[in-house]
Design a protein around this ligand. Sequence first.
Ligand code: NAD
Ligand code: G3P
Length: 334
Amino acid sequence: MSRRIAVYGAGSWGTAFSLVLADAGCEVTLWGRRQSVVDAINETRRNPDYVRGAAYLPEAVRATADPAEAARGAETVVLAVSAQHVRPLLEEWRESWGPRTVFLSLMKGVELATTKLMSEVIAETTGASPDRIAVLSGPNLAREVMLRKPAASVIACADESTAARIQAACHTSTFRCYTNTDVIGCELGGAVKNVIALAAGVSDGMCLGDNTKASLITRGLAEVTRLGVAMGADPLTFAGLAGMGDLVATCASALSRNYSFGRRIGSGMTLEETRALAEETAEGVASCKAVSTLGERHGVELPVTRAVTGMIHEGRDPQDVMDALMSRAAKAEV
Ligand SMILES: NC(=O)c1ccc[n+]([C@@H]2O[C@H](COP(=O)([O-])OP(=O)(O)OC[C@H]3O[C@@H](n4cnc5c(N)ncnc54)[C@H](O)[C@@H]3O)[C@@H](O)[C@H]2O)c1
Ligand SMILES: O=P(O)(O)OC[C@H](O)CO
């Protein structure tokens, strides 16, 4: 008998990940907020609002706008809405899930109001224990995954057997999943790479060149590793798919919303103009501020994250921010 899985969020990643689950043999119920998106998926097997022109969804994916219907019979709940909006949704939906439901977060963000990671928000709102909460993170641009181009990812859970069960539900010939027990490291890697991708985009928007971008990415990796270690993560996680892997994909791809957002800022657009053009979720825009706060709380310096926060939340000029980064005191690399 195939496994039934509920995916909440019919945006880019929820839709593409539903295709992966169906390819792996699962029956998927995909919850979408808007009835028009749900109808389009059921009638055309495509999601024109988010992943235009991509592959057709398999018949094993059925969409609904009713969260309770999505939950029916599902042993695993996959969460793919924007990080800043998930808490009230979980509070609204939690009654429809059973006491043994396993949660898998696909979200890459830190809650601005509380500086909580998504696994913490899930634990607080649902009461689930750590062995029932997993996260998936890695270099996974939705459009490429939807076209079944080969990709890899990490599933992290404190309980190895839970991670292995989820791995079995989404491992396919084009989507290769690894397991890990470092939930904090994988989540931080996914959230902070969005912030560094904003910086990489700004750099490209300013035509600063590849040396600048490589330096920002590498020093960004150093700062997320420092923060992760201070928060209890394994530093090796950041050398893996959820760290370096996702930085490479996101900081170099025009498909990345965070990179594109930063690029527009760097090329001289105002924040308001940039926001108006961003149709989908660029999580780093809110998360940079939350990550800055985490750095202050843990006594960890995060110069690139601070620079991005300065540009996005404090109206600082990109050129001034770059000059300030370069004029920091000279120091040892590690
Ligand atoms: N798109 C990707 O390539 C990709 C890959 C890996 C991880 N992610 C992560 O997955 C998460 C979802 O991203 P996405 O790309 O699917 O975003 P998206 O913008 O394509 O879709 C966002 C989803 O959240 C829902 N949503 C947004 N605001 C809401 C609100 N106020 N109330 C209720 N629902 C709301 C939308 O209806 C939609 O289903 C993000 O945390 C993102 O960082 C995205
Ligand atoms: O489009 P972005 O910037 O949200 O990035 C998408 C994925 O997280 C890449 O792994």
